[in-house]
Design a binder for this molecule. Sequence first.
Ligand code: FAD
Ligand code: UQ1
Length: 416
Amino acid sequence: NSKYKVLVVGGGSGGCAMAAKLSSLGKDCAVVEPSDMHYYQPIWTLVGAGVKGFQSSVKPTRQVLPQSCEWIQDKAVKFDPQNNLVELGSGEKVSYDFLIVALGIQLDYGKVKGLIDALEEDPAVASNYHFKWVNKTFPALQQFNGGNAIFTFPNTPIKCAGAPQKIMYLAEEYFRMTGVRDKTNVIYNSSLGVIFGVKKYAEALQKVVEKRNIKVNYKHNLVEVDHKNRTAIFEKLDDNNKQVPFQYDFLHATPPMSCPDVLKQSPLINDGGWVDVNKYTLQHNKFPNVFGLGDCTSLPTSKTGAAVAAQCGILHKNLLQVMKGDCATPLYDGYTSCPLITSKSTCILAEFDYDGKPLETLPFNQAKEMNLTYNMKAYIMPEIYWKIMMKGRWNGPATFRKMLRLGLIRSKKIEV
Ligand code: FAD
Ligand code: UQ1
């Protein structure tokens, strides 16, 4: 049985970036990651819309993980933090001095009755959230010939809370291009009661749905798909969960999500079911040699890769301090970002903190649909991800934000 100074469990966006930051530890750092392939999930929105190829989202894990660290290609099946042990699928137990938990969020497609069958069998049902089913989205849009195009948002926290509506805007634009928009109802059925959680961007998106003639039904939660009858059944959360059927001709489903089962069964989670970390330091609330990162954690911010980037910088500093025997002091402000693509050439770039206060990088109003922010999302972010973040050198845009603000204050363009 092996032992490592730092064990990282999960080698996705967060795990891989942290392993790169810790490369000076050499083989004293190991990453437990079962998948051969590493996916840049944020580009799946554009894969679904036929703008980017799926291949642009994939690289072999071996190429993405730093060569310095040990890659344990297996999954964690049990966490035993009292004894500093993680058990692997192989039965091996790995011990550690410090643990970073970065397992991401689990996609619970099975919780919607008939959804997996529909995704497997009905060409008109797709889901950008899964590496397999994201490849169905564009062919389904191409085959669509009018009728009801329905987009769903589940009744759980999800990663990238903007993604369920981004694909809708791209599809709506595509339907206009292919000439079927006139005979199409574009319908957004969301479990939430608002279009977006931050007021500034919600107001802007509200205008977008109105301008684009999109029908939004709030408090509608997808519970069943009967693909043989092309019917999606929603429960109305504000009307005693009354079930209402919707006929669909295209369905984009965002599945319910939760913390991975292996964590739910461990002592690492809180009552809400997420890895129980201090929201400022990312250190575990019960096990001080454990840190949590990204989508599997209790951090009360929107779950995104951009948030993970900012968290990595804080976690790294705090981990080094705790390794030296000091307290964790650098504090995470909850920074997160969601590039809300509204067409093949425009984007609303939401950036905000724990309080839902906008924390915008660029020196102009990012709630406006802009081509610049679309280009950042489509062309610059993937480069930042593969070439900077995966090398351990991207802690989010805070430095640029501060530099730009300072520059503008000096030239008296903005007041503080
Ligand atoms: P992940 O990157 O998901 O990594 C988790 C890793 O853990 C995986 O590699 C998995 O194989 C591994 N794992 C799982 N179980 C085990 C186990 N038992 N043992 C060991 N390893 C395990 N973010 C943005 O910032 N901007 C966007 O525009 C954006 N758009 C998105 C669009 C879509 C369609 C999707 C799906 C996501 C989008 N995101 C976006 C979100 C972003 O991809 C995630 O928030 C980010 O990847 C989270 O990083 P993570 O390290 O927490 O989890
Ligand atoms: C970001 O940092 C990031 O990580 C690389 C993303 O991709 C996952 C993003 O989508 C965004 C928007 C950011 C934030 C960065 C800037 C420059 C606004």
